[in-house]
Design a protein around this ligand. Structure first.
Ligand code: ASP
Ligand code: MG
Length: 472
């Protein structure tokens, strides 16, 4: 008997048909004698529509959020109508749906009156998506004879009050799961938990950041000491590259925690970047599988670095980034310039994706997302006003229309010549490399090229990934 934590994403619970597929999957595992913890996302599109409705409320558009509320009501009621026979459970769950949607409308009314949307209120708004989906999904499972029980995850997942991207309080969360969730499992209950949602110590709803249900799944898997975490999604697994860029992309049978971390950080949208964090120490295997192709094994993600022949495993590209360069002869040997630059960037609210410095120390550059790049440039110009005036720093440059390409593979560690190969391929394709960085873990190389080269660069490098995968 195994304990499995399964997380189902938005498309996996996006329609009555998909939800019934989810129930099949859970049923099969229970029949095989396993115990299951279920973590669910909101139905596909719901989180976006909730954010949109809240913004409309703040802008005084009452019609906007009322129409969202009707769609929410209908979509969830429709699942019950199609998959839960008439009776007490149907009516009780429908009443819960209606009560939650009423709460949503009330909260929007308040936002409308105040004309202001705070991050704290926005978290309460977006949480309705998972609170609704989990209730109807649990009812669907019960209609099949599964002893499913819905829980709002906030009663287990404790966070700080950094709304919209709350930080987990691990010890309290584990103790909640062990003292209150595990006993329910012992009784044969299948918990159906809201992904994405946490709660502060004071009981205020928080969320873990967009796409955070994967992370929730990992939190529950680790806190319950599950034997396996399965992320059920709408693709077959982790792929060698984006199939929209290169049709030859294929599913990787195995990747390591480190590799998938790099992939998630650098643009492969399969997993939330924090997903491996909770399961890393406990070495809990993670599988990415397709709800709509349930016989396919998917990708296994685990602690071991892959066999050495698979040198480059995958290629990703991050669009919509800007490259900032701080340069000047007066910087040579002056400590603290980089430190101040990164601090200023953090204060401007931007996350640094990649850093590179030439050893001449005459310049260093780093990459942030486009939506913050102008603000960062301005903040840097202010911070270094004096240095610029004294000509110790020439200027702060911002290069738009660039992308980060990342090649990932733990076999790169200690394999000489891989970087050489990668950049030779860029040269052969006439692609100019603007900046390069290699993580100290040596499991990825990232570099910046012009956006116009995206397809050519990815396809050419993917060629290398296909060759090495074949060798394995
Ligand atoms: N529903 C949330 C989102 O769309 C969380 C998730 O699905 O992972 O971001
Ligand atoms: Mg997701």
């Amino acid at each position: 008997m195994k304990l499995l934590t399964m997380k189902f994403g938005g498309t996996s619970v996006g329609s009555p048909k998909a939800i019934s597929q989810v129930a099949d999957i859970v049923e099969d595992d229970l029949e095989a004698g396993n115990r299951v913890i279920v973590v669910v996302s909101a139905m596909s599109g719901v989180t976006d529509s909730l954010i949109d409705a809240a913004r409309k409320a703040a802008a005084g558009n009452k019609w906007g959020y009322l129409s969202t509320s009707e769609t929410l009501r209908e979509r969830h009621a429709d699942v019950l109508k199609q998959l839960v026979p008439e009776g007490d459970d149907h009516d009780r769950t429908l009443a819960q749906v209606n009560a939650l949607v009423d709460d949503f409308v009330n909260l929007c009314n308040a936002i409308n009156i105040l004309g202001e949307l705070t991050p704290r209120i926005l978290d309460s708004i977006v949480a309705f998506g998972e609170r609704l989906s989990s209730r109807v999904i649990a009812a669907v499972m019960r209609a099949r004879g599964i002893q499913a029980r819905q829980y709002d995850a906030g009663q287990f997942v404790i966070t700080d009050d950094r709304y919209q991207a709350a930080n987990l309080q691990w010890e309290e969360t584990v103790s909640n799961v062990q003292s209150r969730l595990l006993p329910a499992l012992e009784e044969g209950i299948v918990p159906v938990l809201t992904g994405f949602i946490g709660q502060t110590r004071d009981g205020v709803i928080t969320t873990l950041g967009r796409g955070g249900s994967d992370y929730s799944g990992a939190i529950f898997a680790a806190a319950s000491d599950s034997d396996e975490l399965i992320i059920w999604t709408d693709v077959d697994g982790v792929m060698t590259t984006d199939p929209r860029i290169d049709k030859r992309a294929r599913v990787l049978p195995y990747v390591s925690y480190h590799e998938v971390g790099e992939l998630a950080f650098y643009g492969a949208k399969v997993l939330h970047p924090k997903t491996v964090q909770p399961i890393l120490d406990k070495r809990i295997p993670l599988r990415v599988r397709n709800t709509f192709n349930p016989t396919f094994e998917g990708t296994l993600i685990g602690p071991d670095s892959a066999p050495s022949a698979t040198v480059i495993k995958a290629v990703t590209a991050v669009r919509n980034v800007g490259l900032l360069t701080v340069s000047g002869r007066g910087m040579i040997g002056v400590p603290g310039i980089a430190g101040r630059a990164f601090l200023t960037t953090a204060k401007a609210g931007a996350n640094i994706l990649m850093i590179s410095q030439a050893s001449s120390e005459q310049s260093f550059c780093f990459v942030v997302m486009d939506d913050k790049s102008r603000a960062v440039k301005q903040a840097l110009e202010q911070e270094f006003e004096q240095e610029i005036e004294q000509r110790n720093i020439d200027q702060i440059d911002l290069l738009d229309e660039v992308i980060i390409i990342t090649v990932v593979g733990s076999g790169m560690r200690g394999t000489p010549g891989i970087a050489g190969k990668v950049f030779t391929v860029m040269g052969q394709n006439n692609i100019n490399v603007i900046a390069i960085a290699q993580g100290a873990s040596e499991c990825s190389i990232s570099f910046v090229v012009e956006e116009a080269h995206l397809e050519r660069a990815v396809i050419a490098l993917h060629e290398l990934a296909l060759q090495t995968v074949e060798m394995a």
